[in-house]
Design a protein around this ligand. Structure first.
Ligand code: FEO
Length: 340
């Protein structure tokens, strides 16, 4: 049986603003994302149901394996699944959009996405054209007492990404932007979640998913600030009920603000490179520079990625191996370049 079919989640729907429900799934058992990023706390696939007096909308869906759970949650909230009018796809990656084909088959809902997202939905999920409507940047739809505004925010981290803003309550649904891999807490203010942990998870997420698209993050971040959201609801990890905390951190990360900090990455075959790395580590520290030294043999990628966000200098130490760099050095050099 595949991992996908073993999906388990125990998240119950939570109404966190009047007629706005968190209906996503928590995947505590998932250990890797992109077959690369480790998930010590699993992750969540946050989906949101917004009920108006006239119409109902679902914002983003869930990962493969969690579709039935989502349907089981929203059906009683709607009374009848056929009362779902819109499915909003902020992002086409399967962890947020995989339930869309099944939901469309069970309802008469229209899929709303950016222009690029609409093309992707047709191409990837074979959704008939007549079930999709491409929304324009800044377009709004009225649900009755609730207005949803769509804000294009491309390349976070795919070309079609957009945000959805619930105007009356000032709730911004940002999909991957502001995400963090955490299946434990639904909100930022839960007692089991410290501020340090909240920021560390978000920082790792930013480093591994958003950092290569920093220029686009900067533009999107300005848009977010202009809306002054009261709540930020991403599609991984906790909902921010105090957005000022994560906004302050993001302003540093998207701005590329660096510290007087160095990362030493080394691999050693006969301890000589290790001695050099240690010598540099000590010498730089004496100069008052913050130093993080990693042996590439057993480094933690998530920790390294987080450190890369605000590092001014990277030093790479490798022995000569078959007339070139050691393969581990090549691998990490490539990874650091990809993360930009
Ligand atoms: Fe969480 Fe880019 O998908």
């Amino acid at each position: 049986m595949s991992k996908i079919n073993q999906a388990k989640s125990h998240a119950k729907p939570v109404e966190f603003s009047k007629n706005v429900f968190a209906v996503g799934s928590k995947d505590a058992e998932r250990r890797f994302f992109d077959t690369l990023i480790s998930l010590p706390k699993g992750t969540s696939y946050n989906s949101y149901l917004v009920k108006g007096t006239l119409k109902n909308a679902l914002i983003d869906t869930v990962n493969p394996g969690f579709e039935d759970e989502l349907i089981g949650k929203i059906t009683p909230l709607l009374g009848d699944l056929k009362k779902l009018d819109f499915i909003i796809m902020n992002h086409a990656e399967p962890d947020h959009s995989n339930a869309i084909p099944k939901l469309l088959k069970l309802t008469k809902a229209t899929l709303l996405a950016s222009e690029k997202g609409a093309q992707m939905a047709e191409q990837y999920y074979k959704i008939p054209k007549e079930r999709i409507r491409a929304v324009k940047n800044n377009e709004t739809i009225a649900l009755g007492g609730k207005t949803l505004r769509f804000i294009y925010a491309p390349w976070l981290h795919w070309p079609e990404t957009m945000f959805t803003f619930l105007e009356e309550e000032k709730i911004l649904f940002t999909c991957d932007f502001f995400g963090g891999h955490n299946s434990n807490e639904t909100f930022d203010n839960e007692k089991t979640l410290t501020k340090e942990e909240l920021i560390r998870d978000a920082k790792e997420y930013f480093a591994e998913i958003m950092m290569p698209f920093r220029a686009m993050c900067k533009i999107a971040f300005q848009k977010v600030k202009a809306f002054s959201p009261k709540i930020i609801a991403p599609s991984h990890g906790p909902i921010y009920t105090k957005p000022e905390v994560i906004l302050e951190e993001y302003s540093k990360w998207v701005g590329g603000e660096t510290k007087n900090k160095a990362i030493i990455l080394y691999v050693s075959m006969w301890n000589s490179t290790e001695k050099m790395a240690q010598h540099l580590n000590d010498a730089l520290k004496k100069e008052g520079i913050e130093v993080r030294t990693y042996n590439m043999l057993d480094l933690n990628l998530d920790e390294l990625a987080r450190d890369l966000i605000d590092t001014k200098t990277i030093l790479l130490g490798s022995p000569t191996f078959l007339n070139s760099l050691h393969p581990l050095a090549m691998h990490y050099l490539n990874l650091v370049a990809q993360l930009k």
